[in-house]
Design a protein around this ligand. Sequence first.
Ligand code: ADP
Length: 496
Amino acid sequence: MPLSTVLKTPLTGEYTQPTGLWINNEWVEGVDKKTFEVINPATEEVICSVSEATEKDVDIAVKAARKAFNGVWKTTTPQQRGIYLTNLADLIEKNSDLLAAVESLDNGKSISMARGDVKAVAGCIRYYGGWADKIEGKTIDIDPQSFHYTRQEPIGVCGQIIPWNFPLLMLAWKIGPALATGNTIVMKTAEQTPLSALVFANLVKEAGFPAGVLNIISGLGKVAGAAIASHMDIDKVAFTGSTPVGRAIMKAAASSNLKKVTLELGGKSPNIVFDDADIEQAISWVNFGIYYNHGQCCCAGSRVYVQEGIYDKFIAAFKKRAEENHVGDPFDEKTFQGPQVSQLQYDRIMSYIEHGKESGATVLTGGGRHGDKGYFIQPTIFSDVTADMKIMKEEIFGPVAAIAKFKTEEEVVHLANDSAYGLAAAIHTGDLNTAIRVSNSLHAGTVWVNSYNLLHHQLPFGGYKESGIGRELGEAALANYTQTKSVAIRLGGALF
Ligand code: ADP
């Protein structure tokens, strides 16, 4: 099959879409010449087909990454690694319209949000470029007869498996710290959204990265993803996606070569509105918390707890606000919410909505399909949701908010923490003491106060409990990609 095809977006007109596997700084076909179709979620039509990596292709990519790790990448100075990353950030900015347009085409996210993602991608890569020559060990003074120091060494060949909700951003969060610290990579994108990463791959060589340092392959989770998780020559696997797949990856790592594992998994994050909150502001943030990226966020604020004094006023105003969200064509500049990513996700979300209706929760707004083509779902709010209902407990990953009323701070802290997940949480209050006290009590890796979804590459992000292992972003992410070596030098004199 050809290694590229000409596609068109409303923003860019025609462009050349790579469709092969990016291995060793070259476009190649898969060994078995398999392909899979990529669907436009706004129209349900096939966009194109791309090469599908099998176990054999994973193996070829791992060999390329191993050769680069042991060779050219080992002799590349940290400063030079930083220069490659900042070159890449410049190229992302230069190609930002194309990257954003391809992201919208393939994922269905609104073009304004795709532009925001691409800006964040460049910011993240530039930030980790800055870290490359600041990876330092320590000297440790133990006794005058010896000299001890530590080195922060790269882990080796890293397998990285990313989801479809933020295809480029998740790629950036993963490759930034891994490359800055001197690792090499085999990256597998999600089968629903391979296209933007393939456009991105063209920039890797242009930025100067040597062959084999960053390999990007499209493939299915059960085939290429599973091959990465169980590969005997991958030293570390980093995964973002659902909790069940995270468990499977950890098991595969354990039963193969005990590769290091970091996981960023699901969530069911509480968003708490106290009586003393600025209600207009709180509604904006609750709306943004659940409907941003069509609810397809691991940290979506999907459990909304509102204190009894403002409950009625809040739900009336939130309903009005949700109904004003513009749902439609991702390429329309006014659009806030595009389609869900796939038929499978659409069906999953609709079955949760049906379940919510059957279990007696009130549909305040939405609850159905939007339009007659594409995987669009109306922004949906359930009120009177009780703690035992599935829609309050399980991750829906769609534009569905579940609201419940609470009386006291103690009660809401208990409700908020009564979850297997612990990715994020938010509090809306006018009282600083409440904000700090409740933030300290919540079991979550991130707590937003009077805001939501404020993520930044300088700030660590990750989960408590079943929401994950390890932290992405910030300085914290460097620890995922380095291992400490202690060196002890005897300066002289016999020990005994
Ligand atoms: P979702 O259910 O939201 O699609 P997944 O957790 O299934 O999310 O997918 C996230 C990523 O994990 C994708 O790149 C997918 O291909 C990959 N994946 C799915 N199943 C497996 C598996 N068994 N082993 C490794 N990777 C997998």
